[in-house]
Design a binder for this molecule. Structure first.
Ligand code: B12
Ligand code: SF4
Length: 438
């Protein structure tokens, strides 16, 4: 056992808007769990650990925001830009309480939040000069060349970190590389949730990746294969957290929680019921409406799912559908089954994508009305163009910005694929959908 100290950082969000809707750095916490199991002393500085501002249900809510000058590429956007999370002074104070690390591992989320990554790396380097900095996560995977040029990290790693991080630490002489030790999804150590200070729910992944290939989505770039844990492994993890944390809420982060539910989610829920484990369940990431059968809907109700989000985004772009998730009648059936199982309108949010390339507002307005008529709640999710996706060339061609050059332009808040940003248009659509959500 090495007990070498490592510093892990979850950087700030730099944006016009951000809301903590069951957001925790689960990828980084998985890596932390793995590194602790290998004997490292892991120290986490979470720039988004600012619970004082969270006042929403189930521990969701706002982040504190410090207004900053808008970066010049975004200066035409009439909104206030800023840094969300702890203050810079607090970040420095937390660094000063951390033992001198042998390496610094930084995660990243949205591509357009890279200024938070750059700022965290700069300050960590000032505090710990000469310590190697390794960057991974979603921005690092989707924009590796940009990250190499701009982040200030010594090493930028793309893709899942479970194999890449031990290999990188081995190259630094901190761990001996053992190829026989490659882990599968069921044998990953649990994420190191104990490193978070103010945990209000259990973030959970029962699978990685997605079997579908919607044209706007990065899932298969981030997790190339759809892999599932065994139902018993998932139930055992939840039993473990119940025993340790006694938290009543679980947020599922899966991309495809309901794929082949009959041999995945349903056995998980059955096993939880058998063990007498009760949670309130939330799916902030969309569920596939097409996989909601009568049986699935009943189980979701029985297992106390409270916050349902159905991924629909069913608008067509030109001649091509952008998602694979839905055929005619499937949303209707899904909502009918959920209503029959006892879900109320406000518990069933239906994500509709807003800001797609060449999107026709008329079609979106129809979708909003249709969702309302069905007895569910439309939730407008703003489209963020993602490099490497099938829709990217079309997005880049129709955008008023140079999307390939500057990831700040991927920001869903600026509607990069509209001809111009229009408060009026946005407000009209949001009003129609009946309320905002972050
Ligand atoms: C769960 C999720 C959310 C959650 C919370 C995420 C969180 N942790 O904070 C919620 C629901 C809040 C959310 C919201 C949004 N999301 Co989201 N979300 C995801 C999702 C489905 C999974 C992320 C995740 O936790 N994965 C699981 C962990 C295990 O994986 P991971 O974090 O990638 O970590 C692995 C690797 O990256 C790597 N790694 C991670 N850190 C490090 C560090 C080092 C050093 C190394 C080497 C490796 C490494 O190893 C890890 C383990 O394998 C992704 C899609 C996806 N499949 O990844 C989209 C995704 C990140 N979201 C996306 C979007 C667009 C959004 C929204 C803007 C949607 C909207 N319009 O409202 C909002 C904005 C959030 C906000 N607060 O304002 C896009 C990103 C687009 C972009 N341009 O970057 C994605 C890619 C989905 C997509 N459309 O394809 N999201
Ligand atoms: S179903 Fe969801 S996760 Fe899967 S490819 Fe489509 S948008 Fe991505």
């Amino acid at each position: 056992m090495s007990h070498e100290p490592l510093l892990l950082i979850n950087p700030w969000i730099y944006d016009f808007a951000a809301y903590d809707f069951f957001a925790r750095p689960l990828g980084l916490l998985y890596l932390a769990g793995l590194l602790e199991a290998r004997g490292f002393a892991v120290h986490l500085v979470d720039c988004l650990d600012a619970p004082q501002a969270r006042a929403g249900r189930f521990g969701t809510g706002r982040y504190p925001k410090e207004i900053l000058p808008t970066p010049s590429p975004l200066k035409d956007i009439p909104r206030r830009y800023g840094r969300y999370g702890i203050s810079e002074e607090e970040f420095q104070a937390r660094l000063s309480r951390t033992p001198y690390p042998r390496a610094i591992l930084v995660t990243s989320l949205m591509t357009y939040w890279y200024p938070g990554v750059t700022a965290a790396i700069r300050l960590a380097r000032e505090r710990f000069p000469r310590v190697p900095v390794i960057l991974g996560g979603i921005y690092a995977t989707l924009c590796p060349d940009h990250a190499r040029r701009h982040s200030g990290a010594d090493l930028v790693l793309s893709g899942p970190g479970e194999d890449a991080v031990p290999a990188a630490l081995a190259s630094l002489g901190l761990v001996s590389e053992d190829p026989d030790e490659k882990l599968d999804l069921n044998s990953f150590p649990y994420p190191a949730l104990h490193l978070l200070n103010h945990l209000t729910f259990i973030p959970l992944l029962t699978s990685r990746g997605c079997p579908l290939t919607c044209s706007y989505c990065a899932s298969r770039l981030l997790q190339p294969r759809h892999r599932r844990r065994t139902p018993s492994a998932v139930a055992a993890e939840l039993a473990y957290w119940q025993g340790r944390l006694s938290l009543p809420d679980v947020a599922f982060y899966d991309d495809a929680l309901l794929a082949r539910a009959e041999d995945h989610l349903l056995p998980i829920l059955e096993e939880l019921a058998r063990r007498g484990l009760n949670f309130r369940c939330h799916t902030p990431n969309g569920l596939h409406a097409r996989f909601i059968t009568r049986d699935v809907a009943r189980w979701l109700k029985r297992a106390d799912f409270r916050t349902l989000r159905l991924g629909v985004e069913t608008t067509a772009v030109g001649e091509t559908r952008v998602d694979e998730k839905l055929a005619q009648g499937e949303l209707e059936a899904a909502v009918a089954y959920l209503r029959e199982a006892g879900f109320r309108r406000e518990e069933m949010g239906v994500y509709l994508l807003l800001g797609l390339p060449c999107q026709d507002d008329g079609e979106l307005i129809q979708s909003i009305r249709r969702v309302k008529e069905l007895g569910a709640t439309p939730v407008l999710a703003q489209y963020s163009p993602i490099p490497g996706t099938d829709l990217w060339p079309q997005a880049a061609a129709c955008s008023r910005y140079d999307l390939a050059f500057e990831p700040l332009y991927h920001n869903s808040s600026i509607f990069p694929c509209w001809l111009e940003f229009s408060w009026e248009r946005l407000t009209r659509l949001k009003r129609l959908a009946g309320g905002e959500e972050g």
